[in-house]
Design a binder for this molecule. Structure first.
Ligand code: SF4
Length: 221
């Protein structure tokens, strides 16, 4: 296998249009793979999923949600008990601290209501722009992009961005795709997770192979 180019050529306007159409066609109704049944659970699950797989989060959350079903319950939780439940998740010490702190803020500063507003959401401890956008995309269908490791990799392989940071990649994708960003976000996450994988992407069976700027890097030599 050849070495993957760090920054392949950028896609043309026509190619971007086709890539967008193909993502929407192949992933018409994608939603997050995180399990949740209300906004508080979604917030907790998305926060836990940073640097951790959705699969792992889905193993952890049933007990967590059972013990702390609301922000008020979590705000009063014993941190050691929370740590014990989420200990198989990466950065569990910090995440336990943030879960309790953000729940206190929801109760005390937001009158027990999780704000569906990016600027307010990022005030919550442990919630950055990506987490806030994922919550808004999933819960409200907002026309926003969020860039995780999968979206970052796919965007660069397809020549949709040469940006070095997730934030700048998000801005490139939002500017280039303009609409349907929430669907495109979900599509790119699933496509990156199962098809355009970090190692051994399935290029031969890829619906974007004719538009891809990186497939040559993965051909056996
Ligand atoms: S052809 Fe390969 S590298 Fe390119 S988008 Fe498809 S799976 Fe990813």
């Amino acid at each position: 296998m050849k070495k993957e180019q760090k920054f392949p050529k950028l896609a043309t306007k026509d190619e971007i249009t086709k890539i967008k159409e193909l993502f929407l066609k192949n992933y018409p109704d994608s939603v997050t793979e995180l399990n949740y049944s209300n906004l508080f659970e979604l917030l907790v699950a998305v926060m836990l999923s940073a640097q951790c797989t959705d699969k792992r989060v889905n193993i952890i959350t049933p007990e967590l949600f059972k013990n702390y079903p609301t922000a008020k319950d979590m705000a009063n939780a014993d941190i050691e008990e929370v740590k014990e439940i989420i200990k198989s998740c990466s950065f569990f010490n910090n995440k336990a601290k943030n879960l309790i702190a953000l729940s206190k803020m929801i109760v005390e500063e937001f009158n027990n209501e999780i704000p569906l507003d990016q600027k307010k959401l990022i005030k919550l401890p442990g919630v950055g722009q990506k987490t806030a956008n994922v919550i808004l995309i999933e819960y409200t269908g907002a026309n926003l992009m969020a860039v995780d490791t999968h979206v970052f990799r796919v965007a660069h392989r397809l020549g949709l961005s040469k940006a070095k940071s997730a934030k700048d990649t998000e801005a490139d994708l939002a500017k280039k795709f303009k609409t349907n960003l929430h669907q495109l976000h979900q599509a790119m996450v699933l496509f990156g997770r199962y098809k355009c994988k970090a190692i051994n992407p399935e290029c031969e069976d890829c619906f974007l192979k004719d538009l891809c700027k990186s497939k040559e890097s993965f051909k056996a030599v």
